[in-house]
Design a protein around this ligand. Structure first.
Ligand SMILES: O=C(O)CCC(=O)C(=O)O
Ligand SMILES: [Fe+2]
Length: 218
């Protein structure tokens, strides 16, 4: 795992998993059980009705003392365990964005997502009792023309937080992150971000990710 980019609000790490673990994770996704987000839309505050219809798979949770409803505790006995290990093994490197375990967060979640053509995720900030969000990309290949960039609002100048979108202030400038395979992005909670829709040119190619939160016990 190698730090590729960092700012106050987010960090990018590449070459996160070994080839063997990444292939196992892809196989797990191909064989996995996914449901359309639209089935949970009433419960989802983040995915809007116009975000297309991404799919979500069963979550894994790490370091939760009593277990989290609907999530399998680590070790889950599947390929997601390798990502949990990578996050744990490198947790010191993530401190500038996640904060320290036991102080800023107690447990973290890992939720598989599939974004087929036309799907995206509107502006949000994953706030609540979370200290950070992360996303890991595992599809085989992603071309720049296929869209689905992760947009992160802000350039460190809070004066840019002006326009209200979805009821939250979204800065007028910011960064984008290409969803390169084997890439991890860690975002400080409270940082507005969004996923551009997967472009029609992506065809049958699906954006595959595991996303989660570093969270405090409530
Ligand atoms: O998939 C991404 O690039 C970001 C996902 C995200 O922001 C989320 O699931 O909260
Ligand atoms: Fe998010």
């Amino acid at each position: 795992m190698e730090l590729t980019f960092k700012s106050e609000m987010f960090a990018i790490f590449d070459d996160v998993l070994t080839r063997v673990d990444l292939d196992a994770l892809r196989k797990h996704f191909r064989e996995g059980r996914f449901s359309h987000i639209s089935n949970f839309r009433a419960r989802s505050r983040v995915f809007g009705i116009l975000d297309g219809d991404p799919l979500v798979g069963p979550s894994v949770v790490q370091h939760h003392p009593t277990g989290l409803k609907g999530a399998t505790p680590y070790p889950a006995g599947n390929a997601i365990d390798a990502l949990v290990q990578a996050l744990d093994d490198n947790s010191n490197e993530l401190v500038p964005w996640t904060g320290t375990q036991g102080v800023s967060w107690d447990f973290f979640t890992c939720t598989p997502y599939l974004y087929p053509v036309g799907s995206g995720l509107s502006w949000h900030d994953d706030a609540e009792e979370r200290s950070a969000s992360y996303v890991f990309y595992l599809h085989d290949d992603w071309r720049a023309s296929w869209g689905a960039e992760l947009l992160i609002g802000g350039n460190g100048d809070v004066a840019n937080r002006a326009e209200l979108l979805n009821g939250m202030p979204v800065p007028s400038v910011g960064s984008y992150v290409m969803p390169h395979p084997n890439r991890l992005v860690v975002i400080k909670s409270g940082t507005p971000h969004a996923v551009k829709r997967v472009d029609v040119t992506a065809g049958e190619n699906i954006r595959m990710s595991i996303a989660g939160f570093f969270q405090q016990l409530s």
